[in-house]
Design a protein around this ligand. Structure first.
Ligand SMILES: Nc1nc2c(ncn2[C@@H]2O[C@H](COP(=O)(O)OP(=O)(O)OP(=O)(O)O)[C@@H](O)[C@H]2O)c(=O)[nH]1
Ligand SMILES: [Mg+2]
Length: 446
């Protein structure tokens, strides 16, 4: 079955590859501030299994549109002769390196019954050279739309709209670095309206895309539930002679193991969300501070008050009462206010890290981390990391992490998390508990 196909074209360095990367959820596409980064037309498909949602073809920018248009205009062809002119140009000039970029971008347009997405940078003023490009595209006689991208701070929207309006039926702003999932959907929705041929299939693609997003969130929730619960219950066993065990070193090693398990979880989340290439070359510390650090505790841990609250509530009903007492909501994500007030504790969480146990005079065991705050820190870090990636486009290669403290959760829910965490620590959780944990995590994903 054929599928919707669009060729993304425009001037060099206007964000064509960025748009392709964001819309196909592919971070392997080369993007840079150097004009001429893309030198060959290349096809990218968004698909699941055999079902192609759509295909986008990234292309190099126009280099000599004025010269090319002159060639096409020779003899002033009638409207119905123009597409043929483009084909003749391709035949006659594609061995000529002077027009190699133009040939790369025109071939896929003329090859099949594909549509055109023309990208401009509306933060810079319009100038005549763009008219040559638009005229050339008009010669191709394909369904087309224009995207207004904003690479700089300027705003020449009005100017651009009045020109683009003469060539394109649909003009849409789209920011490939900041687009949300709903912006993405809106753009595909707009494409439906330029191509009657693909209208029905694109409608299905939109539904599939929404389903795909949900399934990715479910997968991420499952991963976090599984790996966080394992880390919470993790014990390190070492052979050692009773007399020469170095407790500090053992604790360090234990912490290192836990941190590397968290790193593994981050990597799994990244892979699940298709961030495989450029992002986070060093996934070790996406937040800029380590799992076992005061920053981590202060930003992702629960305040002492909340820990006391959840440990003193006996039943779910009591939880409801406490909710009333604290106004129904509580900030889930940590005690950043405490941090601002210079609240720095010496220990890791609020309790001791973990007990060291001698299983025999040759075997020593450490773990699991007894501090209940550790579980919340771990969970929060994972949820934050996932939410950041769920809301990051694949064109945005910025690895810097800003912690977003925007999850609200009731004390009752905190209590539920805490009860599950205790089960994971004591290795008393069953499949049902894990499933419940997964569902609660799913609710925290944005
Ligand atoms: N601030 C900002 N920068 C953007 C945006 N879109 C693209 N850029 C940047 O603009 C530069 C060019 O982006 P590309 O996607 O490589 O542009 P292109 O049109 O494919 O460029 P060529 O392949 O060279 O023709 C990169 O540095 C991008 O990070 C945007 O919406 N906002
Ligand atoms: Mg490019």
């Amino acid at each position: 079955m054929s599928h919707p196909k669009f060729v993304v074209v425009g001037h060099p360095n206007k964000g064509k590859s960025s748009i392709v990367s964001t819309l196909t959820l592919d971070d392997s596409i080369a993007i840079s501030d150097k004009p001429g980064t893309t030198t060959k037309a290349r096809s990218f498909m968004l698909k699941k299994g055999d079902r192609v949602f759509y295909e986008l073809i990234d292309t190099p920018g126009f280099q000599r549109p004025r010269k090319l248009l002159k060639i096409l205009q020779r003899g002033n062809p009638n409207a119905n002769e123009r597409p043929k002119r483009v084909l003749e140009f391709l035949d006659a000039y594609c061995s000529d390196s002077a027009f190699k970029d133009e040939c790369e971008l025109l071939k896929p347009i003329m090859d099949d019954d594909s549509g055109i997405i023309y990208v401009v940078d509306a933060s810079k003023p319009y100038s005549d050279e763009f008219e040559y490009e638009m005229e050339i595209l008009r010669y191709c006689a394909k369904p087309s739309m224009a995207i207004l991208n904003y690479i700089g701070d300027g705003d020449y929207t009005k100017e651009w709209e009045s020109v683009l309006g003469q060539y394109f039926r649909i003009i849409k702003p789209f920011n490939p670095l900041k687009a949300t999932f709903s912006d993405h959907i809106d753009l595909i929705e707009a494409l439906r309206h330029i191509t009657p041929k693909w209208n029905k299939q694109l409608k299905e693609s939109i539904e599939l895309l929404k389903e795909y997003r949900k399934s990715q969130k479910r997968e991420v929730a499952k991963l976090i539930a599984k790996e966080v619960s394992e880390i919470i219950g993790y014990k390190l066993t070492k052979s050692s002679h009773l007399l020469n065990i170095d407790e500090d070193r053992l604790k360090e090693e234990f912490k290192k193991e836990l941190a590397s398990k968290e790193e593994r979880l981050f990597k799994d989340i990244k892979d699940t969300l298709n961030f495989k290439n450029s992002l986070f070359e060093m996934p070790k510390n996406p937040f800029g501070f380590e799992l076992f650090s005061n920053e981590s505790k202060e930003i992702f841990g629960l305040s002492k008050e909340k820990l006391v609250l959840i440990s003193t509530i006996g039943s779910a009903t009591a939880g409801g009462l406490i909710d009333l007492a604290v106004g129904g909501h509580s900030f889930f994500l940590g005690t950043i206010i405490g941090a601002a007030a210079g609240f720095v504790g010496a220990s890791y969480g609020y309790d001791e890290l973990a007990k060291i146990k001698f299983l025999s005079n040759k075997v020593v065991e450490i773990g699991p981390v007894s501090d209940p705050n550790f579980s919340f820190i771990l969970l929060n870090r994972a949820v934050n990391f996932a939410n950041r990636l769920l809301n990051q486009t694949h064109a945005n290669r910025e690895a810097k992490f800003e912690v977003a403290l925007n999850n609200e959760i009731s004390i009752k829910q905190l209590k539920n998390f805490d009860s599950l965490h205790s089960k994971f620590r004591d290795k008393k959780a069953n499949q049902k508990d894990l499933k419940k944990y997964e569902e609660m995590i799913y609710e925290l994903l944005e």
